[in-house]
Design a protein. Structure first.
Length: 508
């Protein structure tokens, strides 16, 4: 029986091309996970403030979120493979700057450049899958492998980063990006076909400015509000972002050739999928930050050993990603996605009971349940997003999904990280004696890494007392962030189940 174009089966070259597309996803995931492991070494060397530390962690995701919509539309116009290769060059060059950073400000700039490079890479990979895999079942399998690749980066990153941190300086963790980007730049023209919109219409620079300004204003409001509370700057930035965003949406609705098709959000499944992408990455990035610090600073593991233990949740995420397409043949898509959020809620609940002396089992079990849910939900989410738009607009559609994901990651670090650091500082204010010299009290009060470094120079019993107070304060923040996230995910699971209840196993 002959097949239509939309039912065409993928070739061997398409599957090899998929392997090339997984490479940049590995890099994005590795770049986040190795930075978590390197954080104690970086803070000891560069001595950033707690605010600078949070910015170094999340500016990458903020710029990704701000630029993805523009880059997704640009890829539809100039070619998604072309944009992917441009991103490889920018990402590789920024990695070189990060490797040899000598100040918090220099590292912050490098992370910003990495975010710009990542924004050119992220929408290209997923949208190319939409064009290469037309058969629905094969497309779900390809997206599952793509999602598993993201989890694989989380698994390989800590191990490679741990080896480097055992033998070299913290900046060496960024060196692993460069050869991977070289491989991508060479292999993409050979194995990945080029796709672009043959009739993209007139380019609208005003829409580009509105999209970037709106998103950056909103993420700044989230960041500033989480760090410093609701003040004039927070309110002004939020209102400006919402206002600019409203103008952007109105312009897209009236344009003959819009930058993005905002009518996609009228479809309930698409809107729910974007929100879920925000939620799952919110949970993953926030708790990856806590887990890496817990393993190194509370349990006392070296970076390599900590990286090896983090293989457990990474493998769980890959298992969820690979299993979800098979389950979708017999279980409603909406049920699987809502179930993934419920798994995340259960994992967060487990981590709300992690203590200073609970050791590895409870933490790893909670993280594994959480990441299994993330893998399952993300895979089917991506398929909903990709099939909602016409193939020639897949870049813009995937950019909307990636924007939700990256914004979720940035907000996860900002909100959950701020909860942890606020509780930590509050507890340490009460724990450190008032007569303690400022050069000792301030680093210990800022971060648990600072407290560990200070304790090394104190005699007993003061060193043990400071370490115990820091550990307890860190755990209190971790537990509170976990409990709040568990409640959010449980409520979201119910809401998503209702929104996607008509999404049958056979759809998409």
């Amino acid at each position: 029986m002959s097949r239509t174009a939309t039912e065409q089966r993928a070739t061997r070259k398409d599957w090899l091309g998929l392997a090339v597309l997984v490479v940049p996803i590995l890099v994005v995931s590795m770049d986040m996970s190795v930075l978590y492991l390197a954080l104690p070494f970086m803070t000891a060397d560069l001595e950033p403030t707690s605010n600078q530390t949070l910015w170094i962690l999340d500016i990458y995701g903020f710029l990704l979120a701000g630029l993805l919509i523009t880059m997704g539309s640009l890829g539809d116009r100039i070619g998604r493979r072309t944009l992917l290769m441009i991103g490889a060059v920018v990402f590789g060059a920024a990695s070189l700057v990060a490797t040899f950073s000598t100040s918090p400000e220099m590292l912050l700039v490098a992370r910003a450049l990495l975010g710009i490079g990542g924004a050119t890479i992220a929408p290209s990979t997923l949208s190319l899958i939409r064009n290469m895999f037309h058969d629905p079942a094969q497309r779900k399998e390809a997206i599952g492998l793509w999602t598993a690749g993201f989890a694989g980066g989380a698994a390989v990153g800590p191990v490679i980063g741990g080896v480097l941190l055992e033998h070299f300086w913290w900046g060496s963790v960024f060196l692993i990006n460069i050869p991977i980007m070289v491989v991508l730049f060479v292999a993409a023209p050979l194995l990945v076909p080029e796709f672009k919109d043959t009739d993209p219409g007139r380019f609208d620079p005003l829409s580009v400015v509105l999209a970037i300004a709106s998103m950056l204003s909103i993420v700044f409001a989230v960041k500033h509000g989480a760090q410093d509370g609701i003040d004039i700057a927070t309110a002004t930035s939020a209102l400006a972002g919402l206002g600019l965003g409203s103008v952007f949406v109105l312009r897209q609705r009236r344009a003959a050739h819009p930058l993005i098709d905002v009518t996609l959000f009228a479809e309930r499944a698409f809107s729910a999928a974007v929100v879920v992408q925000f939620l799952v990455i919110f949970a993953m990035t926030g708790f990856s930050l806590f887990a890496s610090q817990y393993l190194q600073l509370i349990v006392g593991l070296g970076p390599l050993e900590a990286g090896l233990w983090l293989l457990v949740p990474a493998v769980a995420a890959a298992a969820g990603a690979v299993l979800a397409p098979t389950l979708s043949k017999i279980i409603r898509t909406g049920t699987i996605i809502a179930g993934g959020l419920l798994f995340i809620a259960i994992g967060c609940t487990a981590m709300a009971f992690v203590g200073s002396d609970s050791g590895l089992p409870l933490l790893l079990a909670g993280m594994a349940v959480l990441t299994f849910g993330i893998g399952a939900a993300s895979t089917l989410n991506s398929d909903i997003v990709l099939t909602a738009a016409a193939p020639e607009k897949a870049g813009a559609a995937s950019a909307l999904s990636e924007t939700g994901a990256e914004l979720g990651g940035a907000v996860g670090i900002a909100i959950l990280g701020t909860i942890g650091s606020t509780v930590y500082r509050h507890r340490m204010d009460d724990a450190i004696p008032a007569e303690t010299p400022a050069d000792i009290a301030e680093p210990a009060r800022e971060t648990i890494g600072g407290a560990v470094a200070v304790a090394d120079y104190l005699p007993e019993p003061y060193a043990s007392q400071l370490s115990a107070a820091a550990n307890s304060s860190f755990i209190d923040g971790f537990n509170l962030a976990s409990g709040a996230s568990a409640a959010l995910m449980a409520v979201s699971a119910v809401a998503v189940f209702v929104l996607l209840r008509r999404q049958t196993a056979s759809e998409r």
